[in-house]
Design a protein around this ligand. Structure first.
Ligand SMILES: Cc1cc2nc3c(=O)[nH]c(=O)nc-3n(C[C@H](O)[C@H](O)[C@H](O)COP(=O)(O)OP(=O)(O)OC[C@H]3O[C@@H](n4cnc5c(N)ncnc54)[C@H](O)[C@@H]3O)c2cc1C
Length: 385
């Protein structure tokens, strides 16, 4: 049952984000970064200086061990203030993965990057022939003279040019079942044989997305993360959290669009009065608001229940499918309310529209969310009859 209500600490956290974003007054700077495809270094440095990047870290690494709901709230609020998608110097998910499965040297390497506010690694999962269908993955790990040699072609690697490592999934070719045959290797991206090429894309310009070729990349065997052949299951453990966090971005971006467009409706005068007095514009504002409230409620419900230890795979699939589409509809309506100005690069809606669109594809597309939830829903309903 949904019992979430914000704690005093969470309210203070959100107030400190509000103050930080208002003080920084970053919107013009973010516009420039988006236009020039630049990582928002100045804002990220301020974020690091304010210590926000340390909050998700465990206490023994100098952090505050921020819980899942607080992470969701913080992420949502940052994006509500217009932070560029994917370009936050926080490594909550990456730390979770490495703390769960990493060896001592791997933990130290990744935590050092996180403490410095850098993105520690890019996830190397997708390949040109293996997108939604992970079983088609072909990158190969071979073992020779105490070394592991990686050969393969990864694609859509977020932040490959700004990260020190790739968490690279590779096949061992020891088990016919591909899901029981994948291992995770921590690959330094400056290793000989690694070639990184940025992929031009329509949005999320502040964080590069790249193609990474691995040609006889030789590593020590201690590059293995966790258990050989268990890489896929290790990755799946945190997939729920990754999807949940991507939904927090969806809701934050939608709130940003709603706030901008609803305020514009109250100011823009046409035919002698504000457009917000026209019922057709009011209807959009109302429908956008309903979607924002519903998304936020569902998001916090999922985050809170996950934090209580419930298995949330199905609900998070529904959440991802819903917030991906609903956030896009809100942003699209915001563009419509803003008229011509909404279609120009002078207006934040342009960036929100391009950035959020990608969230309907990555971290599991909205079609795959049907695939990962529908059978269970039907089975559960049938079991109740
Ligand atoms: C900006 C961006 C950043 C990314 N970052 C990363 C990253 O850091 N690391 C990483 O490993 N990957 C990353 N990805 C890759 C992303 O996870 C994949 O794009 C996604 O999984 C979809 O794979 P695909 O693009 O090959 O599409 P495909 O799998 O080829 O799908 C094409 C279409 O078919 C649909 N489809 C596929 N299978 C089914 C099915 N069984 N039933 C119904 N419909 C289906 C899809 O939903 C989609 O609409 C990123 C992608 C983008 C765009």
């Amino acid at each position: 049952m949904y019992e979430f209500s914000m704690t005093e600490e969470q309210q203070l956290l959100l107030e400190s984000i509000d103050e930080f974003m208002e003080r920084g007054n970053y919107l013009e700077y973010f516009k420039e970064c988006d236009r020039e495809h630049k990582y928002p270094e100045k804002a990220c440095n301020d974020y690091i200086e304010a210590g926000f990047h340390l909050l998700p870290l465990p206490e023994e690494y100098g952090g505050d061990n921020l819980d899942l709901v607080s992470n969701v709230l913080m992420t949502m609020r940052l994006y509500e203030h217009g932070w560029p998608a994917l370009a936050v110097p926080s490594s909550f998910l990456q730390l979770d993965n490495i703390l769960a499965y990493g060896s001592d040297w791997q933990k130290e390497a990744i935590i050092t990057e996180a403490q410095a506010g850098r993105k520690p690694y890019t996830l190397g999962f997708t390949e040109p022939q293996a997108g939604s269908d992970n079983s088609a993955m072909a990158t190969r790990a071979t073992h020779k003279d105490g070394k592991v040699i990686i050969n393969g072609h990864k694609t859509f690697n977020t932040g490959a040019t700004v990260s020190k490592y790739m968490m690279c999934m590779a096949r061992e070719y020891e088990n016919e079942n591909p899901y029981k045959d994948m291992s995770w290797y921590l690959v330094p991206l400056d290793a000989p044989g690694v070639k990184i090429t940025p992929i031009p894309k329509i949005g999320c310009h502040c964080m590069p997305t790249c193609e990474v070729r691995l040609d006889n990349v030789e590593l020590d065997e201690n590059a293995l993360v966790g258990v050989k052949g268990r890489g896929f299951y290790q990755l799946m453990k945190n997939f729920e959290t990754e999807r949940l966090m991507s939904c927090a971005v969806n809701v934050g971006l939608a709130k940003c669009a709603y706030n901008t467009a609803a305020a514009y409706a109250g100011q823009r005068v046409q035919f002698g009065d504000i457009i917000g007095k026209k019922q057709i514009i009011q209807e959009k504002v109302v429908d956008m608001r309903i979607k924002v409230i519903t998304m936020e409620d569902f998001l916090l419900d999922c985050a809170w229940r996950k934090m209580q230890g419930e298995s949330m795979g199905v609900d998070i699939s529904l959440l991802k499918r819903y917030t991906g589409k609903a956030a896009f509809e809100v942003i699209d309506d915001a563009m419509q309310i803003m008229g011509g100005i909404g279609y120009t690069q002078d207006c934040i809606i342009d960036r929100l529209w391009r950035d959020q669109r990608g969230f309907r594809i990555f971290a599991g597309s909205e079609e795959i969310m049907v695939h990962s939830s529908a059978r269970q829903l039907i089975k559960d309903a049938a079991a109740k009859k």
